[in-house]
Design a protein around this ligand. Structure first.
Ligand SMILES: Cc1ncc(COP(=O)(O)O)c(C=O)c1O
Length: 214
């Protein structure tokens, strides 16, 4: 793993130097985990141009995630979309990964964030194959996790929420400690849900199948 670095980060409406994109230690999301984010890939296509995979769909989910978590994003989708494009340009990335993040700033503490500012960052950095080039060549070893995916009554399961990833981190680390590359998580009924940071697809008799999102 290589530490992530780059040139410029979009933070609350403007680009700042990478090293200037800092937050206060009382940032609410840092304490309680209520924030939402997306992970979006930009690929170089055969004709040499760059193409972002389903940028509109990802941003729609970002805004939906914020909405169902009762966070109002203080920028329009168009503004954040432009920030995504510009983040790739400003960091000289013809291909790479985009991370829009909506989080609750500092101010009030306690579980009700009250009037704390909703803050938005867009970060871009290079990111190779998620499970490594070797994983693509040789395949990976995965184990069924002892951790279950969150039950629908426990939190907003349709949202991509920062704090939910504690569950993923625990499952991932358990798998690595047990000598595997990745964890497969079941839901609380025991049905296959997804892996710690990726979806699961199966090809059977030339038919592609994946767990339902309903
Ligand atoms: C838990 C989890 N599932 C699935 C995915 C795959 O991405 P998407 O939800 O955009 O299909 C990711 C990617 O970040 C993830 O973290």
């Amino acid at each position: 793993m290589v530490a992530v670095s780059g040139k410029r980060i979009w933070l609350d409406g403007r680009f700042v130097d990478w090293s200037e994109a800092r937050v206060h230690v009382l940032t609410h999301t840092l304490h309680y985990g209520l924030g939402v984010f997306e992970g979006i890939r930009c690929y170089k296509t055969a004709d040499g141009r760059s193409a972002i995979f389903r940028l509109g769909d990802h941003l729609r989910r970002l805004y939906d995630s914020a909405h169902i978590n009762l966070m109002q994003v203080p920028f329009s989708r168009e503004v954040v979309e432009e920030a995504c494009l510009e983040a790739l340009r400003q960091n000289d990335l013809p291909e790479g990964y985009l991370r829009p993040l909506v989080f609750i700033g500092d101010g009030e503490m306690g579980l009700n964030p009250g009037g704390n500012a909703i803050r938005v960052a867009v970060i871009a950095w290079p990111w190779g194959r998620y499970l490594g080039e070797e994983g693509i060549q040789r395949g990976i070893r995965a184990k069924v996790s002892t951790f279950s995916r969150h039950h629908v009554n426990a939190k907003m399961t349709k949202g991509k929420t920062c704090g939910d990833y504690v569950n993923s981190i625990l499952a991932k680390r358990e798998a690595l400690l047990d000598g595997y590359d990745e964890a497969i998580l079941l839901d609380t009924q025991g049905l296959v849900s997804e892996a710690s940071g990726e979806n699961i697809f199966v090809v059977r008799d030339r038919v592609l199948a994946t767990p339902s999102t309903l």
